[in-house]
Structure formats: C-alpha cells, structure tokens
Design a protein around this ligand. Structure first.
Ligand SMILES: [Mg+2]
Length: 210
C-alpha cells in the first residue's frame, strides 16, 4: 500500500508544451541562432560568477536587469545589440498548456491525493503563467523560486515545500522535465518522476499511487 499523499509538479515543460521548443521559436523570432542564448548566459556566468537566469529565478534581479545583461552577453556573439524586451511575451506565445498532465493533476486530486506546484520562475511573469491554467484550483500550495529566493535543484526549496505541506519526503511524488531537478528530489527521499513525455509520466505517477 502506497504511503504517498501528495503529487508535487513542476510547471514549464510538464504542465506546458516543451520549453526547449518554445525557446527555439523565440530565438527564431528575434533572429538569434539556436543555442546562442545559452552560450551568452554561460559566458555571463563565467564573468559574473553566477548565471543571470538563475539570479532572475531567485528574484535577485529584475527582468529588466536580466534583459540588459543578456543583451550585453549576446551582442559580441551576434554582432549587434539584439532587442529582447519582448522575450518573455514571445516565450509565452510559444508555450501551450499540456492537457494530459493538467488532467493528471485533476485525476489525482479526485482520487483524494494532495497537490502542490514547485516552479523555477520569474516574478514579472507570474500573471502570465498563472493565466494559462487554473493554478489555484489545481494546487493547494505554490512554491515559486522567485518569491522564496531559492531555486531547484537546491535542496532547500524542496525542504521548504515539504515544510509548507507538512509531509515527509517519501509521502511525496515530484515530477519535473529536468533530470537534475528530479535527481535532487530523489536524493532527499522524494519519489522523483522524470517527465519525458506525457504518457510515460502519467504511467509512472499512476504506478506509484497504486
Ligand atoms: Mg520544467
């Protein structure tokens, strides 16, 4: 008999269509070659000692500050200063809800399990991502990296989530499309499910709950 009481889910790439596809489409729209965003961020991380995207996701810098840094990083790579002010907007235009995983959340709630959302996100994007699906209906708790000053895969954000819901690690499932985030959850004793595609993730969650 399973002791599991709660399903904790990631947002981007699990409850939505794949993020890498959305990023690729944004790069295409703003005329930046594939992988160049990543390269710019890695260069900035080497120079500054921290990845600006991670700082943004921990709410340490504003979206505006991030855009300036990213433009600084992209400029030498693309040979001109790119306009990336609409980056967030374009990203969400390229992202759609994933009905199969949204249904999974509804199904497990109907079966009496509790649900929480644990997302690495951006403060300024909160209204936009929340408008994609009825978040407060789907989840009793939302832990957003930008508001708690800590991001996955830092163990502290998983511990904070467990404290908030009052559960032990082995009472929870955690679903994420990034393996590094799933590994961190597994290390704490949470039942990690690495989302690769909807049918596989749904099957793994159902198997754990049976
Ligand atoms: Mg994700």
């Amino acid at each position: 008999m399973s002791q599991i009481e709660m399903v904790i889910s990631d947002f981007g790439g699990v409850l939505t269509t794949p993020l890498f596809e959305a990023f690729a489409s944004v790069q295409d729209r703003v005329g930046i070659p594939p992988k160049t965003f990543g390269e710019a961020l890695r260069n900035l991380a080497d120079e500054e000692g921290d990845n600006p995207l991670f700082q943004l996701e921990r709410g340490e810098i504003t979206e505006k500050h991030f855009q300036t840094q990213l433009a600084d990083g992209l400029e030498p790579l693309v040979g001109h200063r790119p306009v990336i002010e609409d980056f967030g907007l374009l990203l969400f235009e390229a992202l759609d809800p994933n009905p199969g995983m949204i249904d999974l959340i509804r199904e497990v709630r109907r079966d009496g399990f509790r649900t929480a959302l644990l997302t690495n996100n951006v403060k300024e994007w909160e209204a936009t991502w929340r408008s994609m699906m009825p978040i407060d209906e789907m989840f009793e708790t939302v832990v957003d990296s930008a508001f708690v000053g800590c991001r996955k895969p830092d163990p502290r954000i998983y511990q904070l989530t467990l404290e908030r819901v009052g559960l032990e690690p082995d009472q929870c499932i955690f679903i994420d499309d990034m393996e590094i985030n799933v590994d961190a959850a597994n290390e704490l004793g949470i039942h990690g499910v690495h989302f690769r595609e909807t049918a596989q993730a749904r099957a793994e969650v159902h198997a754990l709950l049976t």
